[in-house]
Design a protein around this ligand. Structure first.
Ligand SMILES: *Cc1c(COP(=O)(O)O)cnc(C)c1O
Length: 222
């Protein structure tokens, strides 16, 4: 078995264990395999093992992969989305996790309408308040959600966040619990949180979409 295949099975097993140990339901936590910077062959290997949800952070890479790989892959867009790339992302992505401005929200809605799609979207929230991160502030979430829910060509399903690097387990849980309560207040069911290094805490705090890349595919060379 290849490196990627065995890593994938290991992550699946670990994730299952975490879900069960936190009394979550296995079918309420979806693994999104983050395949950015890895070739289509690696995705095909993981696909062979039954995985269908994959995530990409660049529009051109998403399009290249979506047009060559099997049609039943569910593509998730997780990167910062530039306005001139919205159309191609809307064509191929079932989920867009990284809506970070009202302007982008409106543009996604308009272009989705034009191409006859209705993507599921999540609003990115900068819970930790780091300067370097994109996303709505905690204070902006309620209004952004209200706006998102009023638009006809998108389906606003949830919130997404990225925790800072190098914080301890307790701090991670604070951040993830904040996102969970924001989503509860806004009556949104999906919570995209947790990556290779912090998914156990995210699952414990209610994640429904975990975005795991390097633990499956290995280290990325940018
Ligand atoms: C790259 C990326 C991931 C995956 O990170 P890993 O640490 O490799 O699991 C998850 N979410 C976002 C937004 C990313 O850009």
């Amino acid at each position: 078995m290849s490196f990627v295949s065995s890593q994938f099975l290991e992550v699946k097993a670990q994730l299952d264990k975490v879900i069960k140990s936190t009394n979550r339901q296995v079918d309420r936590v979806k693994l999104v395999a983050i395949s950015k910077f890895f070739p289509a062959e690696n995705i095909a290997e993981v696909y062979q093992l039954g995985q269908r949800a994959f995530g990409e952070s660049k529009a051109t890479e998403l399009v290249a992969k979506a047009t060559t790989l099997p049609q039943d892959i569910e593509w998730h867009f997780i990167g910062h989305l530039q306005s001139n790339k919205v159309k191609s992302v809307v064509e191929y992505a079932s989920y867009i996790h990284s809506i970070d401005t009202i302007k982008l929200l409106e543009r996604v809605n308009r272009l989705a309408g034009e191409v006859g799609k209705k993507p599921k979207v999540l609003l990115e929230v900068n819970v930790s308040g780091e300067e370097s991160k994109y996303g709505f502030t905690v204070a902006q979430v309620a209004e952004a959600v209200a706006q998102a829910k009023s638009l006809p060509h998108i389906e606003c399903v949830g919130l997404m966040t990225m925790a800072p690097d190098g914080v301890d387990s307790e701090e991670l849980k604070k951040i993830f619990s904040t996102l969970k309560s924001l989503a509860d207040q806004a009556e949104l069911s999906e919570l995209s949180m947790g990556m290779s290094g912090d998914y156990p805490e995210a699952v414990e705090c209610g994640a429904t979409l975990v975005r795991i890349g390097s633990a499956i595919f290995g280290n990325r060379s940018y």
